[in-house]
Design a protein around this ligand. Structure first.
Ligand code: CTP
Ligand code: MG
Length: 221
């Protein structure tokens, strides 16, 4: 069994919608609802905790908690609200900003955890990536065959996630994903290949693209 933490407490400044991003309308419903629908359909998920912005209403069937000042602090608040658990318990972390994550992707991540400390969904990088120094001078071209663009869901053993999140706020705030904190502590993190269509809604064009993808998905079903 697993607990799922969905972080939805961001302001969505880059999207520029009138309210918080997780509640922006996407293909007819609040963005957050797409992730909750996927999670509700997974038998192994026994509880869903949602980190919410101030004033937001608790979604049906979830445990709600007020989010923190940064994403990692919201994850930490959600984990605390999940209640006590065993070190080996399984915790899913997911961004409400990735409404296209399908139940099958969550299930593949859960199935792959095995002896690892964490599993992250990630898409193979298709662009060539160059690293620069000062003045945009290229220092090297990275080996693309080994590069992955990391997404959520990310699945953790509870002990590994708790240890990662127990660090001071400044360490947490410098991290863009929780698995990175686990890696930095010497944990084993495994990639699960995921479609690039599991995109993160950051700007208005992402919202338009997601709307199209969800409408196509609906029409196909
Ligand atoms: N998030 C959160 N608490 C925060 C900041 C972010 O729960 N204090 C969540 C967001 O709701 C989102 C995910 O973390 O689901 C990824 O963050 P991001 O895409 O940066 O969303 P926002 O912070 O809302 O957007 P922006 O940075 O443009 O303001
Ligand atoms: Mg943000």
């Amino acid at each position: 069994m697993a607990v799922a933490l969905v972080v939805a407490a961001g302001r969505g400044e880059r999207l520029g919608s009138s309210g918080p991003k997780a509640f922006a309308t996407l293909a007819g419903r609040p963005m957050l609802e797409w992730s909750l629908e996927a999670l509700r359909s997974i038998p192994a998920v026994e509880r869903v905790v949602v980190a919410l912005p101030e004033g937001a209403e608790r979604p049906r069937g979830t445990v709600a908690v007020r989010g923190g000042a940064t994403r990692s602090q919201s994850v930490r608040a959600a984990l605390a609200a999940a209640g006590p658990g065993e070190p080996d318990d399984v915790v899913i972390v997911h961004d409400a900003a990735r409404p296209l994550a399908e139940a099958s992707l969550f299930e593949r991540c859960l199935a792959e955890l095995g002896d690892a400390d964490a599993v992250v969904a990630a898409a193979p990088v298709t662009d060539t990536i160059k690293e620069t120094g000062v003045d945009r001078v290229v220092e090297r071209t990275l080996d693309r065959s080994r590069l992955w663009a990391v997404q959520t869901p990310q699945v953790f053993r509870r002990a590994a996630l708790e240890q990662a999140l127990s660090q001071p706020d400044e360490v947490l705030d410098a991290a863009t994903d929780d698995a990175g904190l686990v890696e930095a502590q010497g944990g084993t993190v495994l990639i699960v290949p995921a479609p690039a269509t599991n995109l993160k809604i950051t700007t208005p064009v992402d919202l338009e693209l997601a709307e199209l993808l969800l409408r196509v998905r609906r029409a196909v079903r």
